[in-house]
Each structure stands twice: as C-alpha cells, then as structure tokens.
Design a protein. Sequence first.
Length: 416
Amino acid sequence: MSRFGIVVGGGPAPGINGVIGAAATAALQRGHEVAGIVDGFKWLMQGPEVAQQHVRSLSLEEVSRLHLQGGSVLHTARANPTKDPADLATVVKSLDALDIDHLVTIGGDDTAFSAKRVSDVSEGRIQVVHVPKTIDNDLPLPGGIPTFGYETARQKACEVVQTIHEDCRTTNRWFVLILMGRHAGHLALGAGRSAGATVSLIREEYPPGTIRLDDVVRVIEGAVVKGLANGDPSGVAVVAEGVAELIDPNDFEQLDNVALDEHGHIRLAELPFGKVLSDAVKRGLEARGVKVAFGTKDVGYELRCETPCAFDREYTRDLGVGAVDCLERGVTGALITRQDSAIVPIPFDQLMDPETGRTRVRMVDIESDSFAAALSLQGRVTAEDLEDEARLAALAAASGLSADEVRARYAPLRRG
C-alpha cells in the first residue's frame, strides 16, 4: 500500500475537483491511502509539524460526486517553493514525514515547475506527476489539446460577451471587455470568436518589443468607424489583459488615480485597462465630432470556479485516473496528458524552455488558418476596405478624416 498526496496550486480553474475526485477514487479502490494537502505548497513549506495540521484523508464517499462542483475542496495557493532552495528542501522533508511516496500536483506552469523540482530533489523517493490546468490554455500540450478548465471558461466568457453584445445592440453603444490571459490570448480569442465579438485583440498579433497605446486604440477605433460607416453604432471589443504589458509605460503616465510601485512604475495589475482604451477611443473620435457611448468590463474571476462543462468533467476524470495509473507503473517527473483516447505522460524536461529554464508557454499561432479565419470574421478595417474607393469614402465620412488620413490611421497591423 502506498500513500498518495494531492496538491493544488495556482489560480482556480473549472475541473480541479474532477481530478481530485477521480485520482482519489482510483487510488482508494486499489487499496492505497489518499491525503489531500490543503492550500497547495503553503503549509508544506512551513515544515512537517505545521503541514500535518493541513492534511486531510479522503474517502470514497466524500469524493464520489466532486466532479460536478466548481472550485477546489483542497483550496489552492500560489506559494512557490522553487524560489528558495531551503523552502524546496522543507517541502520534500514534509512530504517524507507525511509518508507520501506518490504525489499528484494540479496546476499551471508554476506548479508544474514546482512538481519537477520536488521530483528532482527527492531523487525518485517521491514519485511525482502533474496534471496541467489553466483557463488560459497556455501550457505546451501537443496537437492543440486544451488544458482542463479552458473549455468551461471559454463557454462562460462567451455567454458574457454574447449578452453584453446584445445589450450594446439594444442601446446603441460599444463595450470594451478585458479578458484574462497575461501571457497568451487563447481565452480572449476563443470567447470573442465564439460570441461573434466585433474585434478581439491579443498580444501575439503585435510585434516583439514595446508598442504604443495608440497601436491598440486605433484598431478599436477603426472597428467603431467601420460600424458607423455601415450604419451600426454598436459593437464589442474583447482585449486580452496581456496586451497592457506590451504598452510603453510612459503612455500611462498622464492617467489619474493609477497605482504606482515603490519605483514609481504603474502597477499594470491595477490598471483600469478597459477604461483607458475606451476613453482614448472616445477622445479621438470626439475631437473630430464623432460621438460614441462606451462601457467597460473586466471578465475573469467569474470564470475560474464555474461548474465544469461536460467536456471538462469527462476530461478531468480521465486525467485523475491516468495520474494514478502512471504512478503505479513507476512513472515520475511527468505531465499527464490525454491524447485522443490514450493517457500519455510527457517528461518534465520536454516541457522546459532551455533559455528560461521554466515551462514553455503555448501562444496563439497567428500563422494558422484558424487565426486567419478569426480575423476575417471580425469588424476591423481591412486592406480591402482601404483599396475600395466607395468603402474608403464611407470610412472617411464616418471618422471625420480625409481619405489619406484613414489609410494612415487604420492600416491593418503588420507583425515583425
């Protein structure tokens, strides 16, 4: 008999309880003990005595219906033991003291890296596998396989965008919606295209390096103008939050009531990015006599503990059982994936970026047919609009600009 430990790290994602329940059920039915470790690595980093107070034995009865619930019965925390070798050593010491010889971690890229380091430091004494979760869908799974939680979050976000879009149609206004996705734009693009947002902007479509605030504003403004030229004063712009990190901080210096860090730099996490964008679009248009009503909304926290959809319920249960199967076969130091109908462990080393030493980030492939199709269905100003004399004249009339100014301002983005 072995003792399996289950740890959840990072932000919540729909389906966590499905992995916990399935892994616990599989291990218990095979005669093992299962210890649910509360609050991620937080208490393990405090040492064995403290850790012992934050571990609960899981039973078949209490985990049998977990896959139907959002959230995490083991909670979660962002405590990261890899920042200090002493913390990492303490985590391994705590796991040893708890008699845990098999560990299932559930989390995103930081938790995956922590799992790898626990596996390394324990030198095989503790077998470790990781089940990847993130609503951002940015872990490097093969063949376009989604991370669990993404499909549920995308569905919920799609419903929000769709409802806001209908409100905009009803009230003749625009909305800027900021969606979670600091590193990659999968969620913003997926929700935007599913709901038929007028425009969806992600960081991957911009060139490497710093961009200007106006590089974002003019895309949204162009979509507003194109709608007006076609007789529609309403629309929705979905923007991934990670776009804000690309913008030159100097462009935010004139904003009022923006939080600064100890070095005087703007705290992007506290930046009202949607309002910044909508205000900039309104200012530019109003200066030319064009008035448009705007609203803004951040979409993110309401997605993370949503009740998982059928796909994520099935998916996470497969991953939970797969994690136990792999550990029983002696697999360690691996990410658990489902490829077609097979559970395939991927060694941690294959997931690491050799330049950063961290888990690779899966970005949206902007060279793909899928991304090209998404762009073609949006309401952006296109090169064809600027080449057609009638369309160009309509854009000029709607924007208060000359034809040449329209060409210069609304030319489509070009990466590289």
